[in-house]
Design a protein around this ligand. Structure first.
Ligand code: BYC
Length: 318
């Protein structure tokens, strides 16, 4: 496959490009790059941006119902950060030649993907706690690794995002500790949320390496710095003990650190469900895209006003 997708590239330029990546140099927007590197980066950064903006929705619904003023303030700030991450990432993807308008249009028309996990409902406050701690933790493992990758604008965006995510992680951990050490009802709520999110969380890191379509080329060009399985293992290693420390359980009898391989054994999630969810048929896909479509429609006048600063508008007073 590699020779096929690269057959039209200038071999001298390609060799120099690969040597630069090998030396750990950053590739910048005006540098030469193979068409497939550009295409893959647009795909991945765009999906990442969409995930941030859609990811704001399940947590966002809990802002008005957060238990107490301090939680409300913190969650509001977190959700605002996530939307800001999307802005940074759309800008990074734009440096590769795809306009933001096109990316948004592909999102709301169902052409682009975004993270599987945000197509599941946040039924209770505990679901939002799970997202803030453990989904953000998964994102951090992925992003810290990829911030050391090869494409300058993406790496710089990721560095900034990780700093903000570190705050989210502390906030989320605090929320989960509070629930896990609270009343019986709070503990039960937290346990049920963990049970609901476990499988989508395992899927969050992408399909197993042996069936992952893009890992090989992305790792070769240092866009992905860890494979899907290695990212998943790193997250399991860091967070399973912390979940168990809180006397919470995980809904998988097979889950254990295998002393022979040094890796976690677990029951594979249902990868057919994963495929259905990322292709538009999950519990909340329709709802999520409908919200984005409404936001796009309601914001149209603002974008039009910004793009024509000299136009005069009649502003209704009430
Ligand atoms: N969900 O070849 P593979 C956040 C797709 S936001 C959906 O392994 P790749 C947060 C994949 O696109 C942070 N689709 O793919 C926000 C491909 O389909 P196409 C989210 C997935 O790219 C708000 C196919 O499956 N993080 O945390 O090598 C509040 C084959 O997969 C998923 C990012 O977006 C998935 N989970 O590796 C709270 C990180 N996994 O395109 C929290 C950036 C795979 O061929 N993305 N697919 O049709 C990545 O690092 C990589 O794209 C992945 C997948 C590791 C996710």
């Amino acid at each position: 496959m590699r020779t096929d997708v690269l057959k039209d590239e200038d071999p001298v330029k390609l060799a120099e490009f690969e040597a630069r990546i090998e030396r750990g140099e950053k590739i910048e927007p005006t540098d030469w790059m193979p068409a497939i590197y550009r295409k893959q980066l647009i795909r991945m950064i765009e999906q990442h941006a969409h995930s941030e903006i859609i990811g704001a929705l399940p947590e966002g619904t809990w802002i008005t119902r957060a238990p107490g003023f301090k939680r409300k303030l913190a969650l509001m700030a977190k959700v605002q950060d996530e939307v800001g991450h999307a802005q940074l990432l759309y800008s990074a993807a734009e440096t590769l030649g795809k306009s933001r308008e096109q990316m948004i249009s592909d999102l709301i028309n169902g052409k682009s993907k975004y993270s599987n996990i945000f197509n599941y409902p946040a039924f209770t406050w505990a679901d939002s706690c799970f997202i803030s701690w453990l989904v953000d933790a998964g994102a951090i493992v992925n992003q810290v690794a990829n911030s050391r990758g090869s494409y300058g604008p993406y790496c710089r965006a990721l560095e900034r995002i990780c700093v903000e995510e570190a705050f989210h992680l502390k906030y989320g951990h605090h929320c989960v500790i509070h629930m896990a050490t609270g009343t019986d009802i709070q503990r039960k709520m937290m346990q049920e949320a963990i049970n609901r999110w476990w499988k989508p969380m395992l899927m969050f890191f992408g399909p197993p390496d042996k069936i992952s379509a893009h890992t090989e080329i992305l790792m070769k060009w240092k866009v992905k710095m860890l494979s899907n399985d290695d990212t998943r293992q790193q997250w399991l290693d860091m967070y399973v003990p912390k979940i168990w420390e809180l006397d919470l359980t995980l809904p998988d009898e097979k889950l254990r650190k295998n002393q022979d391989t040094g890796k976690w054994d677990y029951t594979e999630p249902d990868w057919d469900e994963f495929k259905r969810v990322i292709n538009g048929d999950g519990p909340c896909n329709k709802e999520r895209l409908a919200v984005r479509r409404t936001a796009e429609e309601r914001g149209r006048w603002v974008r039009e006003a910004l793009s024509r600063p000299k136009a005069e508008y009649t502003i209704p007073l009430a």
